[in-house]
Design a protein around this ligand. Structure first.
Ligand SMILES: Cc1cc2nc3c(=O)[nH]c(=O)nc-3n(C[C@H](O)[C@H](O)[C@H](O)COP(=O)(O)OP(=O)(O)OC[C@H]3O[C@@H](n4cnc5c(N)ncnc54)[C@H](O)[C@@H]3O)c2cc1C
Length: 377
């Protein structure tokens, strides 16, 4: 198993339980020894405390899983080996780990190379290091300093509102190339979103495309400069190039192409789950990168592998959606209930009840140690 995020960790624990009576060794390789609750990284960036159920060793207590802390640098599908750079062996050649079955669960990161200047000057919340860097930056900003968040998808919305609520002394602007915010939400949810952004003082700039990020702000394609001490890049996620570089079949966005059992369409001994996999959702398209899909895939891949090892034909893995969960600071939110294909239902929850709902769901994703069915949307 490579990657111990929502998908990889759930799959590992569930496989450990399902394969207890088999003569199987499960090795989990992860870049750090912590489980990172990515869905809370905007909270971390805004200066809030971070949860402490993060030790992977503690998460794996009571299992027979072997944890290897290190960064996967290459996968050799021909020799079925994974090369891992371990922190203990700096300067030494990467460790080589053999596999019979590989589950690829390396998640995703920020799309910082979208425009010139962003890699050097923009901040992000897609991983722990980036969110920690942003937190540090924000803590040093002067009163009335400006934070510009680029991208009004779920991560951009959650980041802009969280920073605005936690740091009311700062000015927050939200830039989007779209002509509005909250596409995919029912009208009542969209209205609530606009209301919440206004209430928190977040100024929204629609139809605004960024051409370049500078040290002191950014320029738009219309030639309009925005001055900002801090630019946060939240235009979506990009997956690691490792799957493509290692010769696995991948889509245009680099996600590993898999069949209905999450098995690589090019390499039958390899599976992919979570953001890094193009798992097919009920709409027929690859599912959206989300905790909800990651948990469904993590659970599903464990069942598939256990079934195949027992000589049974596995069921296809169902990646269905239940809701889209948006936090708007700690006291407000939107739960847009959805059909399995992720299209919105009429039912929407807003305000404090939505904030409590989301907090409950997020907590349950880390508390469920053995592969329950709770998911975050
Ligand atoms: C701020 C923010 C808020 C979000 N809010 C929501 C939300 O409300 N609801 C929702 O559904 N989704 C949300 N998401 C998206 C959600 O976090 C991801 O979809 C989810 O984390 C994907 O899970 P995963 O297991 O595929 O990958 P990840 O959780 O990213 O885990 C990948 C793991 O692989 C490890 N790794 C990566 N590369 C290597 C390597 N080369 N070698 C070894 N290890 C490696 C990483 O360290 C990590 O442990 C949010 C994301 C962010 C950033």
């Amino acid at each position: 198993m490579v990657g111990a995020g929502y998908a990889g960790l759930l799959a590992t624990k569930r496989l450990d339980r399902l394969l207890r009576r088999h003569d199987v060794t499960i090795t989990l390789v992860n870049a750090s020894d912590r489980f990172v609750e990515r869905v809370r990284l905007h909270q971390l960036a805004a200066g809030q405390g971070f949860s402490d159920h993060s030790s992977l060793r503690r998460q794996l207590d009571g299992t027979s899983v072997r944890l290897v802390v290190g960064r996967v640098t290459a996968i050799d599908a021909a020799s079925r080996t994974v090369a891992v750079d371990t922190p203990q062996a700096v300067g030494a050649p990467p460790a080589s780990i053999d596999y019979d079955t590989l589950v690829y669960a390396l998640g995703s990161g920020a799309r910082l190379d979208d425009v010139p200047g962003a890699p050097a000057h923009a901040y992000a919340v897609a991983d722990l290091e980036q969110a920690t860097r942003l937190r540090h930056r924000i803590s040093q900003m002067a009163v009335r300093g400006t934070v510009v968040v680029v991208g009004a998808g779920l991560t951009g919305l959650e980041t802009a509102t969280e920073v605005a609520e936690s740091c009311p002394e700062l000015r927050v602007r939200l830039l989007t190339s779209a002509d509005g915010v909250g596409s995919g939400l029912m009208p009542r949810a969209r209205r609530h979103l606009r209301y919440a952004l206004d209430r928190l003082g977040v100024v929204v700039h629609t139809k605004t495309v960024v051409a370049e990020v500078r040290e002191d702000g950014l320029d738009t394609c219309d030639g309009v400069p925005f001055a900002a001490e801090t630019v946060v890049w939240a235009t979506g996620f990009r997956v690691p190039e490792l799957a493509h570089a290692s010769g696995f079949a991948t889509g245009e966005d680099g996600r590993m192409l898999v069949d209905a059992t999450l098995r690589s369409i090019s390499h039958p001994d390899v599976y992919a789950v979570g953001d890094a996999a193009a798992g097919i959702s009920p709409s027929g398209a690859p599912g959206r990168m989300s905790c909800q899909s990651a948990l469904a895939m993590g659970r599903g891949v464990a069942d598939v592998i256990a079934a195949r090892l027992s000589g049974a034909e596995p069921e296809p893995v169902r990646i269905g959606y239940v809701f889209t969960n948006i936090s708007l600071g700690r006291r407000d939110g939107i739960i847009q209930f959805t059909r399995a294909d992720d299209s919105p239902r009429r039912f929407v929850l807003t305000g404090r009840a939505a904030a409590v709902f989301k907090e409950t769901v997020v907590r349950s994703t880390v508390r469920k140690p053995r592969g329950g069915s709770v998911c975050s949307g």
